[in-house]
Ligand binder design. Structure first.
Ligand SMILES: C[S@@+](CC[C@H](N)C(=O)[O-])C[C@H]1O[C@@H](n2cnc3c(N)ncnc32)[C@H](O)[C@@H]1O
Length: 300
Protein backbone atom coordinates (compact mmCIF):
# COMPACT_ATOMS: atom_id res chain seq x y z
CA UNK A 1 0.00 0.00 0.00
CA UNK A 2 1.40 3.45 -0.93
CA UNK A 3 1.58 6.33 1.55
CA UNK A 4 -1.49 7.96 -0.07
CA UNK A 5 -3.48 4.78 0.26
CA UNK A 6 -2.70 4.24 3.95
CA UNK A 7 -5.84 4.32 6.02
CA UNK A 8 -4.68 7.03 8.42
CA UNK A 9 -7.83 9.13 8.27
CA UNK A 10 -9.53 10.39 11.42
CA UNK A 11 -12.58 8.37 12.56
CA UNK A 12 -15.94 9.08 10.94
CA UNK A 13 -19.35 9.30 12.61
CA UNK A 14 -21.15 6.92 10.28
CA UNK A 15 -24.78 7.70 9.37
CA UNK A 16 -25.13 4.73 7.02
CA UNK A 17 -28.67 3.34 7.43
CA UNK A 18 -29.59 6.08 9.94
CA UNK A 19 -33.16 7.46 10.22
CA UNK A 20 -31.70 10.82 11.37
CA UNK A 21 -33.75 13.01 9.01
CA UNK A 22 -37.07 11.47 10.05
CA UNK A 23 -36.31 10.97 13.75
CA UNK A 24 -34.47 14.24 14.45
CA UNK A 25 -36.11 16.71 12.06
CA UNK A 26 -39.49 15.42 10.94
CA UNK A 27 -40.67 13.82 14.19
CA UNK A 28 -38.25 15.42 16.66
CA UNK A 29 -39.93 18.78 17.28
CA UNK A 30 -37.11 20.75 15.58
CA UNK A 31 -39.24 23.16 13.50
CA UNK A 32 -37.86 26.12 15.49
CA UNK A 33 -34.19 25.17 14.91
CA UNK A 34 -34.89 24.47 11.22
CA UNK A 35 -36.59 27.86 10.80
CA UNK A 36 -33.79 29.69 12.66
CA UNK A 37 -31.18 28.05 10.41
CA UNK A 38 -33.15 29.01 7.29
CA UNK A 39 -33.00 32.68 8.38
CA UNK A 40 -29.25 32.49 9.01
CA UNK A 41 -28.64 30.92 5.60
CA UNK A 42 -30.77 33.58 3.86
CA UNK A 43 -28.71 36.29 5.52
CA UNK A 44 -25.32 34.77 4.78
CA UNK A 45 -25.64 33.18 1.34
CA UNK A 46 -24.40 35.17 -1.66
CA UNK A 47 -27.12 36.11 -4.15
CA UNK A 48 -25.70 33.81 -6.82
CA UNK A 49 -22.98 31.38 -7.75
CA UNK A 50 -21.97 28.67 -10.21
CA UNK A 51 -21.10 25.53 -8.25
CA UNK A 52 -21.68 24.94 -4.53
CA UNK A 53 -20.19 22.15 -2.42
CA UNK A 54 -22.52 21.07 0.39
CA UNK A 55 -20.31 19.19 2.85
CA UNK A 56 -22.21 16.58 4.89
CA UNK A 57 -25.42 17.33 3.00
CA UNK A 58 -27.26 14.47 4.72
CA UNK A 59 -30.78 14.00 3.38
CA UNK A 60 -30.68 17.40 1.65
CA UNK A 61 -32.65 19.30 4.30
CA UNK A 62 -30.90 22.59 3.47
CA UNK A 63 -30.22 22.04 -0.23
CA UNK A 64 -33.40 23.76 -1.56
CA UNK A 65 -32.26 26.88 0.34
CA UNK A 66 -29.22 27.34 -1.92
CA UNK A 67 -31.38 28.94 -4.58
CA UNK A 68 -28.75 31.25 -6.09
CA UNK A 69 -26.42 28.45 -7.23
CA UNK A 70 -26.63 26.92 -10.69
CA UNK A 71 -25.37 23.48 -9.57
CA UNK A 72 -24.92 21.84 -6.18
CA UNK A 73 -22.73 18.91 -5.18
CA UNK A 74 -24.28 17.06 -2.25
CA UNK A 75 -21.35 15.33 -0.57
CA UNK A 76 -21.81 13.00 2.38
CA UNK A 77 -20.09 9.97 3.88
CA UNK A 78 -23.38 8.10 4.04
CA UNK A 79 -24.80 6.82 0.76
CA UNK A 80 -28.16 6.10 2.41
CA UNK A 81 -28.44 9.77 3.44
CA UNK A 82 -27.65 10.72 -0.16
CA UNK A 83 -30.26 8.27 -1.45
CA UNK A 84 -32.83 10.07 0.76
CA UNK A 85 -31.66 13.43 -0.63
CA UNK A 86 -32.01 12.06 -4.15
CA UNK A 87 -35.54 10.82 -3.41
CA UNK A 88 -36.42 14.33 -2.21
CA UNK A 89 -34.63 16.42 -4.87
CA UNK A 90 -34.60 14.05 -7.82
CA UNK A 91 -31.94 13.26 -10.42
CA UNK A 92 -31.13 16.22 -12.64
CA UNK A 93 -28.22 18.24 -14.03
CA UNK A 94 -28.52 20.57 -11.04
CA UNK A 95 -27.66 18.07 -8.29
CA UNK A 96 -24.59 15.83 -8.14
CA UNK A 97 -24.54 13.20 -5.38
CA UNK A 98 -21.14 12.16 -4.04
CA UNK A 99 -20.38 9.70 -1.24
CA UNK A 100 -16.96 10.59 0.18
CA UNK A 101 -15.06 11.45 3.32
CA UNK A 102 -14.45 15.15 4.00
CA UNK A 103 -10.93 14.21 5.10
CA UNK A 104 -10.23 12.91 1.56
CA UNK A 105 -12.29 15.01 -0.81
CA UNK A 106 -12.45 13.71 -4.40
CA UNK A 107 -12.52 17.12 -6.15
CA UNK A 108 -9.75 18.89 -8.06
CA UNK A 109 -8.35 21.97 -6.32
CA UNK A 110 -10.06 25.32 -6.95
CA UNK A 111 -13.29 23.80 -8.32
CA UNK A 112 -16.09 25.43 -6.30
CA UNK A 113 -17.12 29.06 -5.89
CA UNK A 114 -19.09 28.33 -2.72
CA UNK A 115 -19.45 25.78 0.08
CA UNK A 116 -21.55 25.11 3.17
CA UNK A 117 -21.00 22.80 6.13
CA UNK A 118 -24.00 22.78 8.46
CA UNK A 119 -24.17 20.54 11.54
CA UNK A 120 -21.14 18.58 10.39
CA UNK A 121 -18.11 20.12 12.14
CA UNK A 122 -19.42 18.73 15.42
CA UNK A 123 -18.50 15.24 14.15
CA UNK A 124 -14.90 16.23 13.34
CA UNK A 125 -12.15 14.87 15.60
CA UNK A 126 -9.70 16.83 13.41
CA UNK A 127 -11.58 19.98 12.38
CA UNK A 128 -8.53 21.72 10.92
CA UNK A 129 -7.81 18.80 8.61
CA UNK A 130 -11.41 18.85 7.34
CA UNK A 131 -11.41 22.64 6.83
CA UNK A 132 -8.11 22.46 4.92
CA UNK A 133 -9.70 19.94 2.53
CA UNK A 134 -12.68 22.25 1.96
CA UNK A 135 -10.35 25.21 1.35
CA UNK A 136 -8.37 23.25 -1.29
CA UNK A 137 -11.57 22.50 -3.22
CA UNK A 138 -12.48 26.23 -3.33
CA UNK A 139 -11.48 29.06 -5.62
CA UNK A 140 -10.06 32.21 -4.03
CA UNK A 141 -12.93 34.52 -3.07
CA UNK A 142 -15.38 31.62 -2.65
CA UNK A 143 -17.86 32.02 0.21
CA UNK A 144 -17.89 29.24 2.83
CA UNK A 145 -20.74 29.11 5.36
CA UNK A 146 -19.84 27.07 8.41
CA UNK A 147 -22.13 26.13 11.28
CA UNK A 148 -20.68 24.74 14.49
CA UNK A 149 -21.88 23.69 17.94
CA UNK A 150 -20.71 26.25 20.51
CA UNK A 151 -19.28 25.04 23.83
CA UNK A 152 -19.50 28.63 25.19
CA UNK A 153 -23.30 28.53 25.31
CA UNK A 154 -25.33 29.99 28.19
CA UNK A 155 -26.55 26.60 29.43
CA UNK A 156 -23.00 25.22 29.61
CA UNK A 157 -21.77 28.39 31.37
CA UNK A 158 -24.55 28.16 33.99
CA UNK A 159 -24.01 24.44 34.56
CA UNK A 160 -20.28 25.02 34.97
CA UNK A 161 -20.78 27.89 37.44
CA UNK A 162 -23.27 25.77 39.42
CA UNK A 163 -20.70 22.92 39.41
CA UNK A 164 -23.06 20.59 37.53
CA UNK A 165 -20.52 20.13 34.74
CA UNK A 166 -16.81 19.41 35.04
CA UNK A 167 -15.52 20.77 31.71
CA UNK A 168 -14.99 24.50 31.30
CA UNK A 169 -16.90 26.26 28.51
CA UNK A 170 -14.25 29.02 28.61
CA UNK A 171 -11.24 26.95 27.53
CA UNK A 172 -10.45 26.68 23.83
CA UNK A 173 -10.07 22.91 23.42
CA UNK A 174 -13.11 21.08 21.97
CA UNK A 175 -15.30 19.05 24.32
CA UNK A 176 -16.36 15.58 23.15
CA UNK A 177 -19.66 15.21 25.01
CA UNK A 178 -20.49 11.91 23.24
CA UNK A 179 -18.31 9.73 21.02
CA UNK A 180 -17.50 11.77 17.88
CA UNK A 181 -19.74 14.69 18.94
CA UNK A 182 -17.80 17.85 19.71
CA UNK A 183 -18.64 21.37 20.86
CA UNK A 184 -16.13 24.06 19.89
CA UNK A 185 -15.06 27.38 21.35
CA UNK A 186 -15.79 30.32 18.98
CA UNK A 187 -12.23 31.64 19.25
CA UNK A 188 -10.82 28.22 18.34
CA UNK A 189 -13.09 27.91 15.28
CA UNK A 190 -12.00 31.35 14.05
CA UNK A 191 -8.39 30.22 14.44
CA UNK A 192 -9.04 26.94 12.57
CA UNK A 193 -10.62 28.90 9.72
CA UNK A 194 -7.72 31.35 9.44
CA UNK A 195 -5.16 28.53 9.59
CA UNK A 196 -7.00 26.75 6.76
CA UNK A 197 -6.86 29.82 4.49
CA UNK A 198 -10.13 31.61 5.19
CA UNK A 199 -10.93 35.14 6.33
CA UNK A 200 -13.73 35.32 8.88
CA UNK A 201 -16.66 37.57 7.96
CA UNK A 202 -20.17 37.95 9.35
CA UNK A 203 -21.09 35.84 12.38
CA UNK A 204 -24.67 34.96 13.39
CA UNK A 205 -25.65 33.28 16.64
CA UNK A 206 -28.55 30.84 16.16
CA UNK A 207 -31.07 28.81 18.22
CA UNK A 208 -30.93 31.03 21.34
CA UNK A 209 -34.31 29.68 22.50
CA UNK A 210 -33.57 25.94 22.23
CA UNK A 211 -35.48 25.25 25.47
CA UNK A 212 -38.26 22.64 25.54
CA UNK A 213 -40.83 24.69 27.47
CA UNK A 214 -40.35 27.79 25.24
CA UNK A 215 -40.68 25.67 22.11
CA UNK A 216 -43.91 24.18 23.45
CA UNK A 217 -45.48 27.46 24.64
CA UNK A 218 -44.36 30.06 22.08
CA UNK A 219 -45.57 29.74 18.47
CA UNK A 220 -42.67 28.59 16.25
CA UNK A 221 -42.89 31.57 13.90
CA UNK A 222 -42.64 34.02 16.79
CA UNK A 223 -39.70 32.14 18.31
CA UNK A 224 -37.90 32.10 14.94
CA UNK A 225 -38.49 35.85 14.60
CA UNK A 226 -37.16 36.52 18.12
CA UNK A 227 -34.15 34.36 17.30
CA UNK A 228 -33.55 36.32 14.10
CA UNK A 229 -33.29 39.50 16.22
CA UNK A 230 -31.02 37.96 18.87
CA UNK A 231 -28.93 36.53 16.04
CA UNK A 232 -27.79 40.03 15.04
CA UNK A 233 -25.62 40.27 18.17
CA UNK A 234 -23.43 37.52 16.66
CA UNK A 235 -20.53 39.82 15.79
CA UNK A 236 -20.42 41.08 19.42
CA UNK A 237 -20.68 37.86 21.45
CA UNK A 238 -21.52 34.20 20.87
CA UNK A 239 -23.40 32.44 23.72
CA UNK A 240 -25.95 30.48 21.65
CA UNK A 241 -25.70 26.70 21.11
CA UNK A 242 -25.23 27.11 17.36
CA UNK A 243 -23.09 29.64 15.46
CA UNK A 244 -22.99 30.40 11.73
CA UNK A 245 -19.90 32.01 10.17
CA UNK A 246 -19.55 33.42 6.68
CA UNK A 247 -15.92 32.91 5.72
CA UNK A 248 -14.11 33.62 2.46
CA UNK A 249 -11.30 31.65 0.80
CA UNK A 250 -8.21 33.86 0.70
CA UNK A 251 -4.83 33.50 -0.99
CA UNK A 252 -3.77 33.25 -4.61
CA UNK A 253 -4.57 29.58 -5.19
CA UNK A 254 -5.44 28.53 -8.75
CA UNK A 255 -8.90 27.83 -10.16
CA UNK A 256 -9.54 24.35 -11.53
CA UNK A 257 -8.91 23.86 -15.25
CA UNK A 258 -12.05 23.91 -17.39
CA UNK A 259 -13.61 20.45 -17.55
CA UNK A 260 -11.64 19.08 -14.55
CA UNK A 261 -13.89 17.92 -11.74
CA UNK A 262 -13.07 14.77 -9.75
CA UNK A 263 -9.68 13.66 -8.52
CA UNK A 264 -8.74 10.25 -7.19
CA UNK A 265 -8.96 10.40 -3.38
CA UNK A 266 -6.33 7.64 -3.14
CA UNK A 267 -3.55 9.27 -5.18
CA UNK A 268 -4.77 12.79 -6.00
CA UNK A 269 -4.59 12.55 -9.82
CA UNK A 270 -7.40 14.12 -11.87
CA UNK A 271 -10.01 11.60 -13.02
CA UNK A 272 -11.43 11.41 -16.53
CA UNK A 273 -15.21 11.18 -16.97
CA UNK A 274 -16.94 7.98 -15.93
CA UNK A 275 -17.15 5.20 -18.54
CA UNK A 276 -19.65 2.42 -17.99
CA UNK A 277 -20.22 3.59 -14.41
CA UNK A 278 -16.50 3.57 -13.53
CA UNK A 279 -13.97 6.36 -12.96
CA UNK A 280 -10.40 5.07 -13.27
CA UNK A 281 -7.18 6.98 -12.60
CA UNK A 282 -3.80 6.31 -14.26
CA UNK A 283 -2.58 4.52 -11.13
CA UNK A 284 -5.20 1.76 -11.37
CA UNK A 285 -7.63 3.07 -8.74
CA UNK A 286 -11.26 2.56 -9.80
CA UNK A 287 -14.38 4.21 -8.35
CA UNK A 288 -18.01 3.42 -9.15
CA UNK A 289 -21.16 5.38 -9.94
CA UNK A 290 -24.39 3.58 -9.08
CA UNK A 291 -27.99 4.81 -9.16
CA UNK A 292 -26.77 8.38 -9.71
CA UNK A 293 -24.42 8.40 -6.69
CA UNK A 294 -20.62 8.61 -7.12
CA UNK A 295 -18.94 6.36 -4.56
CA UNK A 296 -15.49 7.51 -3.39
CA UNK A 297 -15.62 5.59 -0.14
CA UNK A 298 -14.54 2.18 -1.36
CA UNK A 299 -12.52 1.36 -4.47
CA UNK A 300 -13.92 -1.16 -6.92
C1 LIG B 1 -26.08 15.92 11.76
S1 LIG B 1 -26.04 15.43 10.09
C2 LIG B 1 -26.34 16.97 9.24
C3 LIG B 1 -26.88 16.80 7.85
C4 LIG B 1 -27.25 18.12 7.16
N1 LIG B 1 -26.08 18.96 6.98
C5 LIG B 1 -28.30 18.85 7.93
O1 LIG B 1 -27.98 19.87 8.56
O2 LIG B 1 -29.45 18.41 7.89
C6 LIG B 1 -24.30 15.20 9.83
C7 LIG B 1 -23.94 14.68 8.46
O3 LIG B 1 -22.50 14.72 8.31
C8 LIG B 1 -22.09 13.56 7.63
N2 LIG B 1 -20.68 13.29 7.95
C9 LIG B 1 -20.16 12.99 9.16
N3 LIG B 1 -18.83 12.78 9.05
C10 LIG B 1 -18.52 12.95 7.74
C11 LIG B 1 -17.31 12.85 6.99
N4 LIG B 1 -16.15 12.52 7.57
N5 LIG B 1 -17.34 13.09 5.66
C12 LIG B 1 -18.53 13.41 5.05
N6 LIG B 1 -19.70 13.51 5.71
C13 LIG B 1 -19.70 13.28 7.04
C14 LIG B 1 -23.03 12.48 8.14
O4 LIG B 1 -23.07 11.36 7.26
C15 LIG B 1 -24.36 13.23 8.25
O5 LIG B 1 -25.13 13.12 7.07
Amino acid sequence: MSAEERDDNPPVCDYEGSDYQERFWEQGGRAYEDGAEAVALRRLLPSGGRLLLEVGAGAGRNTPRYTGYERIVLMDYSSTQLAQAQARLGQSEKYIYVAADVYRLPFVDGLFDGATMIRVLHHMAEPEKALAQVRSALQPGAVFILEYANKLNLKAILRYLLRKQTWSPFSEEPVEFMALNFDFHPRAVRRYLRNAGFSVGRILTVSHFRIGILKRLVPTRLLVWLDSLASLTGPLWQFSPSVFVRAEAVGSTAKAATGAFFKCPACGTALPEAKGGVLACGNGHRWGVKDGIYNFKEML
